[in-house]
Every structure is written in C-alpha cells, then in structure tokens.
Write a protein that binds this ligand. Sequence first.
Ligand code: LLP
Length: 463
Amino acid sequence: MSRSAHPAGPRHADVLPEGHYSAPPADLNVLDRKVWAQTVTRGADGVVSVGGIDVNRLAEEFGTPAYILDEADFRARARAWRTAFGTDADVFYAGKAFLSRAVVRWLNEEGLNLDVCSGGELATALSAGMPADRIAFHGNNKSVAEITRAVEAGVGRIVLDSFQEIVRVAHVAQSLGKRQKVQIRITVGVEAHTHEFIATAHEDQKFGIPLAGGQAAEAVRRALQLDGLELIGIHSHIGSQIFDMSGFEVAAHRVVGLLKAIRDEHGVELPEIDLGGGLGIAYTSDDDPREPHEIAKALTEIVGRECEAARLRTPRISVEPGRAVVGPTAFTLYEVGTVKPLEGLRTYVSVDGGMSDNIRTALYDAEYSVALVSRTSDAAPMLVRVVGKHCESGDIVVKDAFLPADLAPGDLIALPATGAYCRSMASNYNHVLRPPVIAVKDGEARVIVRRETEDDLLRLDVG
Ligand code: LLP
C-alpha cells in the first residue's frame, strides 16, 4: 500500500468526546517502557526495533498483521518467576495464554512446568518434549479420551473440577493400573476485582467445587477413598488480570482452612497447594503490576503465616502465571489501511487485522496502548479508535488512544502487551487468516507459528 496522506480532517477535536482516555502523552514518539517488551527501542532513524530488528524489516519479511515476540524477554520473565519462587515452589506456565512448541522448549530450558487445559495443549506440550511429570492437566469438562491420554502419558497432576470427574479419573487410572496424582480445584468465594468473565473463584460460575456448604470437604472424602487417585493437594484460581493481592490472601486463608479440616478429619496433611495464576500486567501507562519476586514473597508469607496459625506443615506452593510471563513479551504489528476522521468525534484508523487476532477489547472491554512504530512524527496528537477489517461495528482493537495527526495508510502501528490471549483466542471470523508469531532474538527473527493460508482454510472445508 502506498504511504500517501489521508484527506485533511479534524485533527484533534476541541472538545473531546467521552471515552476511556486520559490526556495525550507529552511526546507520542516516546515508548512507555512499562508496556513494551524489554528489547523494544526506537532507533535514531525513528523506526522501532525489537531484538535488534526494525519493524519495517519485519513487516517486509513476514507481512502484517503479525505477533512479534521478544524471545529474550520471554525467557527473562520465565526465569524471574522461577528464581522468585526458588526450589521450594513450582511455577507452572499457563499454556492457555499462548502455547507453541518453541514456547514449550523455552519453558523446559528455563525450568518451568506447564499447565495445559485441553487435549490439544497436552499434545503440543508432549510433542515438544515437556516431561509429562511436569505437566498439570486442567479443565472443567475433560473428556474420557483426554483423561486417558493424560494418565497414560504420566502427567504430574490432574486438577479435578467436579464430583463426576473424581470418579472418571479414578476409573481411568485404575483401568490402566495406575494411581494418578490429583489436586481438587475449589472455589473459595472470593470476588476478584477484574472483569466478570475472567473472575473464577466466586461461587456462581462453572469452575471448581465450592468450599461453601461442605462440598469441597465431601470431594476430598471421596477422592481419598478411591484407589486410582493420590490426592496431593488443593487448587484455587481466583481470576485473571488482578493487581490487588488481598484476593490471594483470602484464598490462601480458606485453602489452608480446608487443609486443617482435612488433617483433623482424616489425619492427613496434604503436601501441596496451588494458588493459580491471574497476576496482572501493564496494558497501558495507568497499570502498575508487581514484580514476580514481590508476588512470591507475598504469597509464601501468607501461606506460611496461615499454616503456622493452623499448626500445619507448610505445603509446597505452586503458581500458574500465564499472562504475566508471555503478555508483555509480544506486540501486534499492523499496517494502517484507512484513516477516517469523523467531525467532532474521533478518527477511525482501520488496520489489516482486528477482532480475529485480538478479541479482548470486544469481549472484555480491554484497554490497550498503541504507537506509530515505522517512523516518528511531530504532528499533534489526534484521538483515534483503532478498528479492524471485520464486518462488525464492535470490531474495535483500541477504543480510545492518541496517534499523530499525520498518520497515513501504509504506516505501521503496534499494540504492545498482546502476548497473552490474543493468538490463543484468535479466530477465522470472516475467513480472515490468523497472523503468524515471529520470535525475535539477538538480531534474528524466525517464524514459530506460521501465518494461516487460504489453503489451510480450504483444507478443513471438505464439503
Ligand atoms: N490457572 C488456571 C486454572 C486458569 O484458569 C488460568 C486462566 C491461569 C492459571 C492463568 O491465568 P493468567 O495468569 O494468565 O491470568 N482470556 C482471558 C483470560 C482467561 C484466563 C483463564 N484462566 C483474557 O484474555 O483476559
């Protein structure tokens, strides 16, 4: 596409319409370190680069849209989680945030374990060499085929999510002549301060077995009786994109309370607790996430304190961060296709992807930052809405943001912090092809998930 200017229009309305934005930043060319992957910088020529490669080159070589992942940053974050929790705790990366074989290899090399929640994720993990005993298998409705595959492979734990599943897993394990390590996922009744669709520990939702009313205690009773199961612990996951540690504090208190009740009733001290994932990341300059070492310190202190009060041996803790490992490490690179100023409102900037590569804005009202990355600009800030190319007015990528008023078709813009839940939730809506994931490190870029092709689409269409 040619890099021509768009027709003159209202650059920046005098009275700004309602929206989710604060004042425009002083200088739109400055990248806020908080939201960009570690090796992202703007070069002297004004072009943004990552891992030593500039985005113009990446767009030329791999096309747009594309998810560009900073491998060094991914590894550094994985390592930071690992070292923060030391050898007394286990870190399970939540594969649902983004999983590919390269990612599995990186996790393996950096000493992390893996949480999978479907047969597809399990297959990816095993095919890339993750040792089965470092895999935890999740999900609220695992099929018998999935359970069988997991037990046969020898996964380190299956997290039981319902009474039916307790029996199902015990039955499969027994028929395979095995004793499967399991945890029971409970809901502790915490309202995490996050979007309703990603909060998971209040009672009125589908995950886990409620602590309330004695259901969790009954689940433990049943699991302890079944020969096919070795109950190793209790699991709690309270939600996602959480900044406030108080929800984890309440969850730990209630999980330890259950461990105490189990000890009192059965004389058994379960050796593990899993506090799930859910730690928030910075999508915009307004977000202030905590570092892994602060989280590790807070969680181990909370559990230690609660166990001491309950006179229990401190169980081994595990955590399952997904977003906090991969989220900040990637950005989505788009080419601007059209720039449409709407008098007195805002300017609509259409990119070559949209809700098929990032459903989060439409689904959760998620907020993102955006920057012009193929050049700098001294033009005034204009209020924009970045939209996709789908046949739907809700196809919004960034609801409200500022970009330079000389933005034109052919410019490259990028959304930081799209490493988690973007490629993994991507769809083929409108038969738009899913973008590739390009890993960049030390001046080298390689495709780790290739771009979908029309042939891929047609191969599935066998009618
Ligand atoms: N463990 C369990 C049992 C989970 O269900 C999840 C996420 C995680 C760990 C990882 O949570 P994280 O650290 O990534 O927040 N699609 C939504 C997020 C759904 C999260 C589902 N479970 C989004 O795009 O915000």
